[in-house]
Design a protein around this ligand. Structure first.
Ligand code: GTQ
Ligand code: FE2
Length: 377
């Protein structure tokens, strides 16, 4: 794990008088605060608190994420994921996942304020039993083959680089029918769901759900720029639940041959829901980008904290926040996170071929709420 040496200190608890003045609006006379402590004390007994002591923190001038930039090298993380298999079975764990914890948000299962990320592993012959929940999940396949996920009665086999969706409240179980381990990155929106106290979860009566659709059914119905004329879709989640890397990579490769490159993103594509043209998932925005060998992006910042994982190539990302600047060197399967409003430039190494990065963020929510902002520097 690489991270900044400066990690923001958590705010002091609500004891009075508080030595922490970070939330005060600038106009408050701090010398006069002591004289007001009796008033604060009496108001507190009525569960009332003065806004002027906290307004600056409640409504900051610019985003001030607790989450810090961080990088996890796959070579350092993988041994722990493997060791988790000797510690616990999928049966006992329900899902065997090692969770990425942002150093600025310890103990909260958050890689950013709003996003969850973890590495899930399934060994040959294992099954992760069926359940469903309001939280949506994405799977980005890191290594292995011959493992499947089943979603509402349809199975899909997964290969490295595939982007697989588990929509809200769909029954899902995973299994490995191959002869080696399968590891994928789990991205979930449960922190967003829990922010609204809107979470439900149910365990399926039985280890796996019945499969009643042929493999490839969803792809046939909605994965070829064609949709059945007699079908309505009732959710905001894409009916395509596996976007195979083979097709994504081919699109990026062709694009890079004829299209002018974007100075801030390289060749960057968003995964879309073919039914409505919006993001593939209602809460999580997912993208794949190609940075040609030796290419360096111009500095960029946006309000969506973003999780990246490297699919191909090598390179580095320079990330600047108000507390400092860091350069993360990355290669295949490494995972790094860029917090809201941090400025980032990505560079693809001049030696290791084109770099390909998968990313997900909370932009799909911010777009719907008219909160998303970006700056191309
Ligand atoms: O695979 O169903 O990492 O429900 C967290 C919650 C994975 C899953 C996670 C889940 C799953
Ligand atoms: Fe789940």
């Amino acid at each position: 794990m690489r991270t900044a040496t400066t990690v923001p200190v958590p705010e002091a608890s609500a004891g009075l008088p508080s030595p922490d003045t970070s939330g005060y609006v600038e106009t408050v006379n701090l010398a006069a605060e002591a004289a007001r402590s009796g008033f604060y004390e009496r108001a507190g007994q009525q569960h009332l608190a003065p806004l002027w002591r906290v307004l600056g923190g409640l409504v900051p001038e610019v985003p001030k994420p607790r989450a810090v930039p961080a990088l996890w090298r796959y070579a350092e993380v993988r041994p722990f994921v493997m060791e988790s298999c000797t510690q616990i079975s999928t049966e006992e764990a329900e899902r065997r996942v090692m969770v990425f914890e942002n150093p600025g948000l310890p103990g909260q299962s958050r890689i950013t304020q709003s996003l969850f990320a973890g590495l899930q592993i399934i060994l040959p012959g294992e099954i992760a039993p069926a359940h469903r929940h309001t939280a949506s999940a994405l799977r980005f396949i890191i290594e292995g083959r011959d493992a499947f996920t089943a979603v509402d009665g349809e199975k899909t086999m997964m290969l490295p680089g595939d982007f697989v969706i588990t929509p809200s409240m769909t029954w899902h179980d995973h299994g490995n029918v191959g002869d080696g381990p399968m590891v994928w990155l789990d991205g979930l929106d449960m922190h967003i769901v829990n922010f609204f106290n809107a979470s439900f979860r149910e365990v399926y009566p039985g280890e796996v759900q019945p499969v009643h659709r042929p493999e490839g059914a969803a792809m046939a119905e909605s994965g070829s720029n064609l949709l059945p004329i007699d079908q309505q879709w009732g959710t905001l989640t894409s009916p395509i639940f596996n976007y195979p890397y083979l097709r994504t990579r081919e699109a990026l490769d062709q694009m890079s041959r004829f299209r002018a490159i974007n100075a801030w993103h390289g060749h960057k594509m968003r995964y879309v829901n073919p039914v409505n043209g919006s993001w593939a998932m209602p809460t999580l925005a997912t993208c794949m980008q190609l940075l040609p060998q030796g290419f360096q992006t111009r500095p960029y910042r946006s309000t969506d904290s973003t999780v990246f994982t490297v699919v191909e190539g090598q390179g580095s990302s320079r990330i600047s926040t108000p507390v400092g600047e860091q350069v993360f060197e990355w290669g295949p399967h490494d995972i790094f996170v860029v917090p809201s409003w941090a400025t980032v430039t990505h560079s693809a190494s001049a030696q290791a071929g084109d770099a390909v990065l998968f990313s997900y963020s909370d932009r799909a929510v911010q777009d719907k709420l008219d909160l998303f902002r970006e700056e191309q520097l």
